[in-house]
Ligand binder design. Structure first.
Ligand code: IPE
Ligand code: IPE
Ligand code: MG
Length: 246
């Protein structure tokens, strides 16, 4: 039986987040340049996005470029940015065909103007789509996100718009880039690394973590369905006892 058929449609994770890792190692294994791995990775993105829409996932967030990734060689950063522009152009059709809305989180102002322009165009064109929300984390860092949230909250206190005692978890949540989305239920990282790399630190407080050795360019929807099936067979206790969950 295929994993897709084993998935319980009534217990899907509301929000899946993926750290798409291993492009460089995939390329090296084939004797290719790292950028070839990034190129191949776009095929995995398309397949996983379609797979998520197919089974009814509402929110998918993909870690595409971190605040730390700016430190990579200039040539790799430039290629990644060019690849982003061409992928956005190419994949608008996939998004429209599947009724998927595109969104982005991160310090977007740091992106080259060409990327920002393309991104805004695709976000605009898909803004009426309702089947699934796809969010790209671009120039995203969780600590950076928390810093900007605290600055905004601090400014509101200074302007007497809110008072210190009003600050609670929901106020913090409302000032994050992800304010519209539910918490992450399932976090997947490919390539065998078992770390978070500054991704959605607040939002994964109670996420189920799933690590696979598959390198991102080889990742396909069937692998994702396996991860979801695995997720559905875990007991999420949220601090309670097993008996309390009944
Ligand atoms: C993930 O693959 C893509 C980005 C971080 C942009 P990597 O480029 O990190 O690939 P590895 O980890 O070096 O194999
Ligand atoms: C995390 O991968 C960022 C993305 C997948 C976009 P990295 O490859 O940059 O993470 P580290 O440096 O190995 O932790
Ligand atoms: Mg990596």
């Amino acid at each position: 039986m295929k994993y897709k058929d084993k998935i319980n449609p009534d217990a899907l994770p509301k929000h899946i987040a993926i750290i798409m890792d291993g492009n460089g190692r995939w390329a090296k294994k084939q004797g290719l340049l790292r950028v070839a791995g990034h190129q191949k990775g776009t095929k995995a993105v398309r397949d996983v996005v379609e797979g998520c829409a197919e089974i009814g996932i509402q929110q998918l967030t993909l870690y595409a470029f971190s605040t730390e990734n700016w430190k990579r060689p200039k040539m790799e950063v430039e290629t990644l940015m060019k690849l982003l522009v061409s992928s956005l152009r190419k994949e608008i059709k996939t998004l429209q065909d599947n009724n998927i809305r595109l969104d982005a989180i991160g310090n977007l102002q740091n992106l080259p103007a060409s990327v920002l322009k393309e991104l805004e165009e695709v976000m605009d064109k898909t803004s009426g789509n309702t089947r699934m929300n796809l969010t790209l984390a671009l120039s995203y860092g969780s600590r950076d996100e928390l810093v900007q949230a605290m600055q905004q909250i601090g400014a509101k206190i200074q302007r007497n718009e809110i008072s210190l005692k009003d600050i609670d978890e929901s106020v913090i949540n409302e000032h994050l880039y992800t304010r519209k989305f539910p918490d992450v239920d399932l976090l997947i990282r490919t390539s065998g690394e078992q770390r978070i790399s500054n991704f959605l630190l607040w939002q994964i407080a109670y996420a189920e973590l799933y690590f696979t050795k598959i390198l991102w360019p080889d990742y396909r929807r069937e692998h994702l369905f396996e991860a979801i099936y695995n997720y559905q067979n875990r007991e999420r206790r949220f601090g309670k006892t097993s008996e309390q969950l009944g």
